[in-house]
Ligand binder design. Sequence first.
Ligand SMILES: [Zn+2]
Ligand SMILES: [Zn+2]
Ligand SMILES: [Zn+2]
Length: 346
Amino acid sequence: MSNFRRDPLKGTWVITENQRIRQPREFLIDRQQITMRLCPFCPGQESKTPVEVFALRPDNTAANKPGWQVRVVPNKFPLLRIEGELNPQATGLYQSMRGIGAHEVIIETPDHQRSLAQLDLAETTSVLQAYRARLLDLRQDSRFRYLQVFKNHGIEAGAPLPHAHSQLMAVPITPPVIRNELNSCREHFRSTGNCLICDLLAQEIADGKRVVFNDGRFLVLAPYASCFPFELRLFPLQHNHDFALQNDRELTDCARALQDMLRRLYRLLQDPPYNFILHTSPPIQPHVGKPDYWETLARDYHWHIELVPRLSRIAGFEWGSGFFINPLPPESAAHFLRDTDPNLSF
Ligand SMILES: [Zn+2]
Ligand SMILES: [Zn+2]
Ligand SMILES: [Zn+2]
């Protein structure tokens, strides 16, 4: 029999089907391949992008020239612009403000051919270091309520350019998804004195059925109320609310877990398209009239990465009801992924 499951972090409900265990091959999709004549993210094409705001490159190389290992540039066609004031307005029941924000692209490797799953540990760590550097810089701008790092892999997941990259959007409003999580975490902390995610991780480790990777520092699991097949979340086991406060060793540990997660998916599902999103604490800013608004944030929130392979489409029932239907129980997804060898020879 199928069952309804609730996600304690998000408050979402999913109907998990378990009448028949489907095999991973039933979820494979035909990937669209994109070939480009001239890629603006390749070394030698630096003049095709806006001027870089960050790069990891040897000292003897010049900015906006080849030699970089990771390069961050503003999006050439940004959805949000960094100059100006927000000018919030109300027209009757409607609210609006100007599209102020930042929209940056993190080019993960100079190599056009390799995806993030194919980078080595040091290269993957460098990508995470670039995320950290940009978060630390952009949080100084008090107009931004949230800084969202995310990755689209494959055109089916919204990446029209095949060269490996992630993105960062700085937005003037806390996204509802994050606000939901922050509220759940704060409520749990108020009633128990504990971090919700630390409690959740302890329960998952004791149970073990949904854990895919655990090296004592980071843990990857298929969430109990997964909305999609092979959905995964990655957590530091040591409590920390803020990704940008992780040191280099911790970022290397994170990169190891991320690499393991991406490689298992790559092997099992033949390089599926996916989105991942970094969920980390918002920059702490005083809230007018609510002086204790963020008081327990450092103790009640716990950063993590959420990954959703894009193997299925949302249909009418999901759109209309907000209930998701997941044809693969996360216990089966975790089982298939644990049985997959993450060691690739690329
Ligand atoms: Zn390229
Ligand atoms: Zn925690
Ligand atoms: Zn989250």
